[in-house]
Design a protein around this ligand. Structure first.
Ligand SMILES: Cc1cc2nc3c(=O)[nH]c(=O)nc-3n(C[C@H](O)[C@H](O)[C@H](O)COP(=O)(O)OP(=O)(O)OC[C@H]3O[C@@H](n4cnc5c(N)ncnc54)[C@H](O)[C@@H]3O)c2cc1C
Length: 384
């Protein structure tokens, strides 16, 4: 067993961190509040090829894997500028197009994922189908050379920034189970009949959330990704990357918070010694660090398994759970370490609260992960 990162991975980590640190958390907050998209940071990462690290070389990408993409994701978050769209666009959408796209579809989209020019949103959640994807009611009905999409998706991130959205729809019903048979489509966000409304949320992030309304949206049949009716099986190939990337973001957010906490604890004196000398303060920070490192190890294991075509579901789920919990604890403890300043805008911690809280809910909630562990890791009856 070798736990060392390769020289290439270490260089990638340093290079991404170097770029993101130039922007820093104040840039992230300013962008989030002004409606910016961290485009300068995105472009600089893209120009260095870092957004396309996991796209195959034949499409102009780095030909590396999820391990490297998660390094990018972790390091931008550790510099205080998490990019949620990395979870959706390169990790889910590019992965699914690479796996299930026709040659023509791959040629159309993957080179632009490789350069970072293309941003694609991902839409599975619906008002009546969050944790339960079987309940999806957005339909795609074949009509000659097109499919007509009708329904509503909600909490879809980045629709004001992305060019297209990968949509999970129902194309028929499995008579035996009554569950929908699902199909995936790449839909232009400018399509006629497709409209969106903003969902205001208490999360400081450049990615905004939208409800998408599909009113008889015509989608050419060459926008069907994979096999009609096989969408549920197919979408699962994108869910492990989604979980691993969310874990990487969470680890980055936790590292950012802990590093700020350690700096503050070293400098701040209240009783004649730095507050770091009080075990009541330093032990919770140490405990948070332990939890963060364990979560990091688990997401790296998951990414490694995924890149080596091994079963990654258990590690991906567990790492997402552990990292979200660790990020939350790290941030909370970092705020506590700062006392009143923990709530000050200037110290750049409290504005990450919504993000840290979100990571326990989305893209998969901790309860659904525990359900997975109950059933698949412990072999107990399905608890729902
Ligand atoms: C900021 C943000 C961004 C998002 N971005 C996207 C996106 O880009 N694309 C997209 O498709 N979706 C996105 N989502 C949606 C997100 O994936 C869902 O919110 C999440 O999967 C939970 O679904 P839900 O909100 O419908 O909760 P529900 O399914 O209604 O669940 C509510 C609560 O009940 C619990 N629960 C549900 N079922 C069970 C069960 N069987 N056992 C135990 N507990 C259960 C859940 O864990 C949760 O705590 C986003 C959400 C947010 C808030």
């Amino acid at each position: 067993m070798d736990f060392r990162e390769t020289e290439e991975q270490i260089m990638l980590r340093q290079a991404v961190s170097g770029i993101a640190s130039k922007y820093g958390h104040s840039y992230y907050v300013e962008q989030s509040r002004s409606g910016g998209k961290q485009q300068e940071l995105w472009d600089e990462l893209a120009a260095s090829g870092f957004l396309g690290v996991s796209v195959p070389e034949r499409w102009g990408g780095g030909g590396m894997g999820l391990t490297e993409l998660s390094i990018v994701c972790e390091e931008v978050a550790a510099a205080g500028c998490p990019i949620l769209l990395l979870v959706v666009s390169p990790a889910i959408c590019a992965t699914l197009i690479d796996k299930f796209g026709t040659e023509a579809q791959q040629e159309k989209w993957l080179p632009r994922f490789a350069t970072g020019e293309l941003k694609m949103a991902f839409a599975i959640t619906e008002p009546d189908a969050g944790s339960n994807s079987h309940n999806i009611s957005t339909t795609a009905t074949k009509d000659g050379d097109v499919y007509r999409l009708n329904g509503t998706k909600y909490y879809i991130s980045g629709c004001d920034d992305a060019e297209a959205v990968l949509v999970v729809t129902r194309t028929s019903v499995d008579e035996a189970t009554g569950h929908g048979k699902l199909s995936l489509f790449v839909v232009d966000l400018e399509s006629a009949g497709l409209s969106k409304t903003l969902i205001p949320v208490e999360i400081t992030a450049p990615e905004k959330q939208f409800t998408l309304f599909f009113d008889n949206v015509q989608v050419p049949k060459d926008r069907l990704l994979g096999v009609e009716g096989e969408g549920l099986r197919e979408v699962f190939f994108g869910l492990n990357p989604e979980r691993i990337m969310s874990a990487a973001i969470a680890v980055g957010v936790g590292s950012y918070a802990l590093s700020k906490a350690a700096d503050y604890a070293r400098d701040r004196s209240v009783w004649g010694v730095p507050i770091a000398r009080h075990q009541g303060l330093s032990h919770p920070l140490a405990k948070s660090k332990v939890e963060l490192e364990l979560a990091k190890l688990m997401y790296q294991k998951a990414a490694w398994a995924y890149d080596n075509d091994m079963e990654a579901g258990e590690a991906a789920n567990m790492s997402k759970y552990a990292a979200a919990e660790a990020a939350f604890t790290c941030l909370d403890q970092a705020i506590q370490t700062h006392g009143g300043n923990g709530m000050a805008t200037e110290y750049g911690l409290a504005d990450l609260w919504g993000m840290a809280r979100l990571l326990r809910i989305a893209p998969v909630s901790r309860e659904m992960i525990l359900n997975f562990v109950v059933q698949h890791s412990l072999g107990l009856p399905k608890p729902y």
